[in-house]
Design a protein around this ligand. Structure first.
Ligand code: FEO
Length: 178
């Protein structure tokens, strides 16, 4: 059992993760229109991950006898000024999500809600990884530059990340992990 306040804050987090999923799906679509196939595959995977983040909270709320709420759909932007601007927006959004998770952790402490505190640890780790990944992408874009000729190389770099993530997932599956 969690407090009504905690239930409301967790439902707010569902909204944030759901919006991230739609935002990244819209980015994947824009990348496809720009011929950025590596970046499109990357954003599709990020979108799926965000849906999984949302569902994890959804199931947790139900498990602790709360009511998980499906949020209203807010339309994300359809176009982005450049690949650099798009990835900057992902990084900014991830920082917003981290701040929100930190607030949740703080609330769980204040309420002596150690079950939710324990549940949130996974998100703390996940946000550290996501922010590090997005920072490394921004660093690469800064190095390569983002003029028209650079887009091909940026996309190739993103595709290398796709290949590394796919290899990690395959290794994880072989090891019997989730
Ligand atoms: Fe689920 Fe990337 O925040």
């Amino acid at each position: 059992m969690i407090s009504k306040e905690m239930e409301a804050t967790l439902n707010k987090q569902i909204e944030l993760e759901c919006y991230a999923s739609f935002l990244y799906l819209s980015m994947a679509s824009w990348c496809e229109t720009e011929g950025l196939e590596g970046s499109a595959a990357f954003m599709h995977r990020q979108s799926e991950e965000e849906r999984a983040h949302m569902l994890r909270i959804f199931h947790y709320i139900s498990e602790v006898d709360g009511h998980a709420i499906v949020p209203a759909v807010k339309q994300p932007p359809l176009k982005f000024d450049s690949a650099r601007a798009m990835f900057q927006e992902v990084y900014d959004h991830e920082q917003k999500v981290t701040a929100s998770i930190n607030k949740l952790v703080s609330q769980a402490y204040k309420e002596d809600d150690y079950t939710t505190l324990n549940f949130l640890q996974w998100y703390v780790d996940e946000q550290r990884e996501e922010e590090a990944l997005m920072r490394s992408i921004m660093d690469k874009i800064k190095l390569i530059g983002d003029g028209p000729q650079s887009l091909y190389y940026i996309d190739k770099e993103i595709d290398k990340i796709n290949a590394a993530e796919a290899a990690a997932e395959a290794a994880n599956a072989d090891a019997g992990g989730a």
